[in-house]
Design a protein around this ligand. Structure first.
Ligand code: NAD
Length: 272
């Protein structure tokens, strides 16, 4: 497990009930790496994050370094082959969001994650907006042809440390958004539309430090939505949020959804 210590949630019962009431309206959720740490996939910036432990690892996620340096690409291919997403199972937060969707309250599910765990949990794939792409496909940096990651990794396993595009010979990269790389305009538009279509915008398990996605919070607020932040650590949007629920996503999200649309299992709370 790589999540921060979340054993003592500081969520007051009144906060939980207040937010649960809002979840009975139109909700858009933005998720980040903190919904998948319970599934064994480390985040980047949390206390046990990949970049917290090794700041130099950020270079692997920079488009320029990937284009320019074959050594960076070789490391990236090895990391893709062993990425925990290949074997991870959805966690409690993923499952709870499926419940919320099936009760008809989720108008949008925007995720920064590339691990496919929302879809694996049962979220409608047509509703999931993967703003930073997916690990499970590769894209050519020259001709933009897409193909399955598994096929490329089979070529790596067969001895090609940096497989090239079979269509044009260009550099292949996971179909994810690196630093220095623009978001797909259509995907970004879908995320913006989801942020503007809700009454309550809930940011879950994200440091809200990666632009332009973090800007969806401000967009939702300007469109008249409430903002709720669920995270183990402070975020730059806490001051503007209508509620901040500090603690583990795997505890808080199921408790919230249960209180909103289920029988009220709740989570251990301190009295107020
Ligand atoms: P981040 O690493 O910047 O922030 C994660 C936040 O979640 C931190 O504030 C951390 O304290 C919190 N957190 C971690 N585990 C938690 C838990 N169990 N309960 C509550 N809070 C928890 O991640 P980000 O904001 O998503 O942005 C980083 C980028 O990293 C994204 O672009 C994303 O594509 C990528 N990423 C994705 C994955 C994945 O697909 N699972 C994993 C790592 C990074």
């Amino acid at each position: 497990m790589t999540q921060p210590s979340t054993s003592a949630p500081l969520v007051a019962a009144t906060d939980l009930d207040r937010v649960a009431t809002w979840l009975r309206g139109r909700v858009t959720v933005l998720t980040g790496a903190g919904v998948s740490t319970d599934s064994g996939i480390p985040d980047f910036r949390g206390p046990q994050g990949v970049w917290t432990k090794d700041p130099d690892a950020q270079r692997l996620f920079t488009l320029q370094a990937y284009r320019d340096d074959p050594a960076v690409r070789r490391v990236a291919w090895r990391n893709r082959a062993t990425h925990p997403a290949w074997t991870a199972s959805p966690g409690p937060a993923h499952h709870a969001l499926v419940d919320l969707e099936r009760r008809g309250h989720l108008v949008g599910l925007v995720t920064q994650n590339i691990d496919g765990l929302h879809q694996a949990a049962g979220s409608d794939p047509d509703r999931v907006v993967e703003v930073h792409g997916t690990l499970f496909e590769v894209e050519c940096l020259s001709c933009a042809a897409r193909s399955p990651m598994r096929t490329a990794l089979d070529r790596v396993a067969a001895g090609d440390p940096d497989p090239a595009c079979l269509t044009c010979g260009g550099i292949l990269k996971s179909a994810t958004v690196s630093f220095g790389q623009a978001l797909d305009p259509q995907v970004h538009a879908a995320a913006r539309a989801a942020a503007q279509a809700c009454e309550t915008f809930v940011a879950i398990g994200t440091s809200l430090t990666v632009r332009p996605v973090s800007g969806l919070c401000g967009l939702a607020l300007r469109a008249g939505a409430r903002l709720v932040v669920v995270n183990a650590e402070p975020t730059p949007y806490d001051d503007r949020a209508d509620a901040v629920l500090r603690g583990g996503t795997g505890e808080i999200v199921p408790a919230l959804v249960e209180a909103a649309v289920g029988g009220g299992r709740g989570l251990p709370q301190r009295s107020v």
